[in-house]
Design a protein around this ligand. Structure first.
Ligand SMILES: NCc1[nH]cc(CCC(=O)O)c1CC(=O)O
Length: 310
């Protein structure tokens, strides 16, 4: 029997069931079950995520379940995974990536350039907020929480638009609610957006052998570059950091930016190199951005987040 630890949100369960299906397809008759958990991040729905300790919130309890032996595999949105994993755990496979771009959902106005002057857009992501402000300084940003369906509802009730990951909409069969998909030039995606991480205990050779065929090397190289950058910038999600890598002909190209909260300052960079050095390439681009102004932006952001509740 294989148990997959997952959060209870519809998106998390879709992703866990998707991986269960991939495992069963490779090994017909395999008994795969979901081990559902409610994480701290799911319980604190009324506060901006950025202010309650960020990414680790969704991940820690799931990693604890793996370490306690209550499950063999954890399926995470890799975007939600901190740059450093819990001791004793590894990413056993990175399956093929869904579309990493962000989507605008605006049944009233359709596209970002047609939003009314001074309009209000909902997002809980500082990265999306900063890039929206860079495109349209007149817009107001409203912090919204809740699962994808809840946030989508706000686009037709009260707000002029919401911005969500296109990947989540596609997985949940809600892609038709996207009225515009941002180009990476307009809005650079989050590190690893659209990618899944299949995590297991480093000591569990049997599970790692089952996961290995699910790995998609091109996706892995892309997220290695993006996460290399994140590691160098030591970015929690209190920071507007964006990165998007592509792979062609054995070369990885990484584009990244760090923005101030109001979008007034944006430090951008790009690098290309062999896929074998994807992670180091990401770190090197992170270093370059730091030296070109990102360090000042990150320093200013320090201390703007409120203490993490325990
Ligand atoms: N922060 C929550 C989260 N984590 C992963 C996704 C979408 C799926 C993905 O990026 O793989 C979402 C929803 C969203 O940002 O709209």
């Amino acid at each position: 029997m294989i148990r997959i630890a997952t959060r209870r949100s519809p998106l998390a369960k879709w992703q866990a069931n998707h991986v269960a299906g991939l495992l069963r397809a490779g090994e017909p008759g395999l008994d795969v079950r979901l081990h559902e958990l409610v994480t701290k991040g799911d319980k604190i729905l009324d506060v901006a995520l950025a202010r309650v300790g960020g990414k680790g919130l969704f991940v820690k309890e799931i990693e604890d379940a793996l370490l306690a032996g209550d499950a063999e595999i954890a399926v995470h949105s890799m975007k939600d995974l901190p740059a450093v994993l819990a001791e004793g755990l590894v990413v056993g496979a990175v399956p093929v990536r869904e579309d990493p771009r962000d989507a605008l959902c605006s049944p009233k106005h359709q596209t970002w350039d047609r939003l009314p002057r001074g309009g209000t857009v909902g997002t809980s992501s500082l990265r999306r907020a900063a890039q929206l402000k860079a495109l349209r300084p007149d817009l107001h940003i409203e912090v919204i929480r809740g699962n994808v369906e809840t946030r989508l509802r706000k686009a037709s009730e009260g707000l002029d638009a919401v911005v969500l990951a296109y990947a989540g909409l596609r997985r949940l069969g809600l892609a038709e609610h996207a009225t515009q998909v941002f180009s990476p030039e307009e809005m650079l995606p989050a590190v690893a957006q659209g990618a899944l991480a299949l995590e297991a205990r480093a000591s569990d050779a049997a599970t790692l052998a089952r996961l290995a065929p699910l790995d998609h090397p091109e996706t892995r190289h892309r997220v290695e570059a993006e996460r290399g950058l994140l590691r160098r910038l030591e970015g929690g999600c209190q920071v507007p950091i964006a990165a998007h890598a592509t792979v062609a002909g054995g070369q990885v190209t990484l584009r990244a930016l760090v923005a101030s909260l109001d979008g007034a300052r944006v430090v951008r960079g790009e690098r290309t190199g062999p896929v074998a050095g994807a992670s180091a390439l990401g770190e090197a681009l992170g270093e370059e951005l730091l030296s070109r102004g990102a360090a000042e932006i990150l320093k200013e952001l320090e201390g703007t987040a409120e203490p993490v509740p325990h």
